[in-house]
Design a protein around this ligand. Sequence first.
Ligand code: NAP
Ligand code: MG
Length: 495
Amino acid sequence: MTTQSVKTQDLRLPHLPNGRMLIGGQWVEALGGERIKVLDPATERTIGSVARGQAADIDLAVRAADNALSNASWSKMSALDRERLLTRLANLIEENADELARIEALDNGKAVTIARNIDVVGAINTFRYFAGWPSKMSGLTLPVSSSSEDYHAYTIRQPIGVVGQIIPWNYPLVMAAWKLAPALASGCTVVLKPAEQTPYTALRLGELVQEAGFPPGVVNIVTGFGFEAGDALVHHPRVSKIAFTGSTSVGKHIAASAAKTLKRVSLELGGKSPTIILPDADLDVAIPTATQACFFNSGQLCFAGTRLFAPRNLFNRVLKGVSSAVTQMKVGPGLDVDTVLGPVVSEVQMERVLDKIDRGRNAGASIEVGGSRRGNVGYFVEPTIAVTTDVMNPLYREEVFGPVLAAIPYDDIDDLIRLANDTDYGLGANVFTRDISAAHTLARGIEAGTIWVNCALVADPALPFGGFKQSGYGRENSGVVLDHYTEIKTVCVKL
Ligand code: NAP
Ligand code: MG
């Protein structure tokens, strides 16, 4: 991720959007009139409420998106004008960066300095990157291969239509950017459903979308629960594609529902990514980076390196190094400028994480550091390191999505690819070595969407990102994602 560092100066409580939804260019309450409370996970206090959008609201939003799709103000907009709008949006996010960071810190709990330098900067970069695409998207001219007659055959790319986008709570603003930017660059219109726990930066982004001048209905934002608003979006007949980031279980459910109408689906799901330290690795790089790879964002990271493999003869040194790095991370509320690890997002998530730690401990994992809740106000979980050699231990096998590392000693380098791949997931892997041949051999052998060598957490708009196996299908970012938001049409003309 980008390392440009800006000190967040303004730590006042941010002004929050009023919790109405953006449908067809208007800010509206849910038709049912209900609201959902939003909490600050550091204090457990209610900070506001947002509309509880349900099926009828989704229907209005999809109709608005459908109308906008065929409205000339969007469908006939020149590519350069679409680029200008995306750039304007990037500029507006930049102008409001401190405020967005404070909203994210309050709503999600993450450290405000990280929200400012990683999340907000990531969102800006994403819109800037995709702002460059509309004028470069094109088709191909192709020779017909099987005929001696003359044809002129070519392909054009057309926007896939109305896209439903469902995002999680761990990177609310970044996920909104990863979803919206390529869809808008492709000329689609969107109904976005943020996570129920963290709706505010998406709503603030909606205000900026309007300020940038996108035509009404191009971006619609419906807040609500997954089983209501999310489900209605997945089932709506006028939605051509669902882009989802979240849990593997909900991803499977969405894939099954979408199969009924053959809606296009892309899924970015969970992970249990390996971090592999080879015997020749530079431990001064490997130890702090492996620590970040697992504990960044309090471990609420789909590609977190949560299975740490270290050679048996270096294992104690690595374990000591990571333990010491972890205990130096300041745990605190997101809005505290010195915080490195905030709370986890909700009470439900805290209970899930603590339950997994208990199950791991009961199944024989040795908890070397942490292992409990910290304090009794706020959803703080101690950074936790478990050691286990049992590949069936829940902390080895299951995604935790909290600040929990499973460390595993290994004996045989030639067995590493098998160990790394012994998981249903395949999102990422981190490899630390100075041996280029070993690095590339592991990179080829590990079944994962991204292999980071001597680094971690580098997610960039220009690099494809996504999963093998049950980490999902489809790729986000880079030119590759545009294939998910466009249909390719072949035109074949007999001359
Ligand atoms: P989740 O249920 O998969 O939530 C992700 C998004 O999907 C939210 O917007 C959610 O709405 C929505 N959703 C839920 N059920 C739906 C349905 N039936 N149809 C359509 N949309 C639906 O994730 P979670 O419960 O918040 O977190 C559970 C686990 O998911 C975590 O422990 C972690 O393992 C994983 N997770 C992964 C990622 C990732 O980046 N890959 C991110 C977050 C969580 P609501 O807000 O109402 O739930
Ligand atoms: Mg919240």
